[in-house]
Design a protein around this ligand. Sequence first.
Ligand SMILES: [Zn+2]
Length: 133
Amino acid sequence: MNKNKTAYIRNVLVNKMEDLRTSADHTILKLKKSDDKFPDPFDQAAVEASKVVELNCRGKELNLLLDIKETILRIDRGLFGICDHCGRPISEKRLMAAPMSKLCVMCQEEIESQRKKSKRRHQYSYRISYNHA
Ligand SMILES: [Zn+2]
């Protein structure tokens, strides 16, 4: 991938990172504001439950933020677009669609098929041990 396109992707990622940070700041403010205690335990429980949902959602965003940071680091270190598994270049088409890809299509498919196989094997061994029990 040429420098202009890489710089473009880096820019998109930096902007996305800023957006995520701003929304995380808003969440913290919101959670602090909603820290009031309610006399009714059901109201209190509802408030606590909505906080949990909010925090779970933020957990996913934090993971995304970490992925973005890692990708920016890969760009800065000249590792962007190189497959972590085989060291061959990742196709430009794939990088434009999913800039945070660390694997080429072939390695990704290979790893996914291995995962499926080991999952099937795992399920099968469960069945066997179940029959023996
Ligand atoms: Zn690969």
